[in-house]
Design a protein around this ligand. Structure first.
Ligand SMILES: [Mn+2]
Length: 371
């Protein structure tokens, strides 16, 4: 039995990218969709017995209708048109925070051959000789514990496969520092013939038969050195290999020390650093340390605009001191996600008598989403 396991497509991410693509989404949003489509193309070529998507198909609980339509097209192609039974679970990004909101992936339930777990409870699917335990992101930690307690293989099935989204407990390197991220105990992983993990964005093995497939596109600088793609799993004999899918290059350039420098001097140095690389097709990060308010006031805005214009995406990080490198780069992006999670919470919350839009606007201000 052959399984293709992919994950964390985060369709809809890249909203703040400055250039629009034809159709109105940003170029970066199109990138993420393209990565997902390339993975689907390869899976259709491989034609596995089962395909698994282990969560965070969408970046948010309420993706744009246009993005849902693009996803529907691909899932229909994969499961219905090409007859590949496909299991998909909700991850922490696309699972609703309240039951009445429902999961976006629920709208795909009518697609033939697609098995969806989004109820916040474990769902069991029998596909051929495999019994699939699909555990989506749970509403509460208590529910997760209840489900993990009954998360056991069945002797009646030839193969028992677990699909779950979260960080493996006791392995902080797999944490995305997300709000509401779930922890999966290692013991659970060792009960199954294969565990398809989602959440951590780089392909890697975490237990003898448990893998993160990684995401289908790069979402943070912590992923710049990792290839993107998916896992191809053979159960008999057991073998897991990585299938590469082309993705957007990310580079992290040399840090610039602004100590004692004026704004125009920092701008000249930025230009020198950026001129060494063809940035036109890359997501580029440069960090400027020891920044003072005076330096920021005198930095020529037209130079910054020009450098931004040249790059596919330029992330300039101005830091007051020299931040601790050990804070972890997945953790860094968690600041961006705190506002996202809070906005989702506000979207779903019962706010009778309040101006929801205004609350969201104010919250974004305080959470630093509008830098
Ligand atoms: Mn996740």
């Amino acid at each position: 039995m052959k399984i293709c396991h992919f994950s964390d497509s985060h369709l809809g991410a890249g909203e703040s990218h400055r250039r629009l693509a034809p159709g109105g989404l940003t170029e970066r949003q199109e990138d993420l969709i393209a990565g997902f489509i390339k993975a689907v193309d390869r899976i259709i070529d491989i034609k596995p017995d089962i395909c698994i998507h282990s969560g965070d198909l969408f970046h948010t609980v309420r993706p744009l209708n246009s993005i849902m339509a693009r996803a529907a097209e691909q899932l229909h192609r994969l499961a219905a048109q090409n007859n590949i039974p496909t299991v998909i679970i909700a991850g922490n990004h696309d699972a609703p925070k309240q039951p009445r909101v429902g999961a976006a992936i629920d709208v795909f339930r009518q697609i033939d051959n697609l098995y969806i777990a989004s109820s916040g409870r474990m769902e069991v699917f029998q596909i051929g000789s495999a019994r699939i335990l699909a555990l989506p992101h749970c509403l509460t930690g208590a529910t997760l514990q209840e489900e993990l307690a009954v998360c056991k293989p069945s002797a009646d099935a030839d193969y028992n496969i677990l699909v779950v989204h979260g960080a493996v407990a006791g392995m902080p390197q797999f944490s995305m520092a997300d709000l509401g991220e779930q922890e999966i105990p290692v013991e659970v992983l060792n009960r199954f013939d294969y565990v398809a993990l989602g959440h951590f964005h780089n392909f890697c093995q975490v237990a003898p038969k448990a893998w993160y497939s990684g995401s289908t596109e790069r979402l943070s600088q912590a992923e710049r050195d990792s290839d993107k793609g998916f896992a191809v799993v053979d159960l008999e004999p057991f073998r897991v290999r990585f299938e590469l899918v082309p993705s957007r290059a990310m580079v992290d350039l040399r840090k610039i020390d602004a100590t004692g420098k004026r704004g125009d001097e920092v701008a000249t140095e930025l230009r020198r650093v950026l001129d060494k690389v063809d940035t036109s097709d890359k997501i580029v990060r440069v960090r400027v340390d020891n920044v003072t308010p005076e330096m920021l006031k005198t930095i020529p805005a037209d130079t910054l605009a020009e450098l931004r214009e040249k790059a596919y995406a330029l992330d300039l990080q101005f830091e007051k001191g020299e931040p601790d490198e050990a804070t972890g780069e997945f953790g860094r992006s968690a600041i961006g996600r705190l506002d996202l999670s809070f906005a989702e919470f506000l979207e779903a919350a019962d706010l009778k008598g309040f101006d929801r839009e205004r609350l969201i606007r104010e919250a974004m201000k305080y959470l630093g989403a509008e830098e």
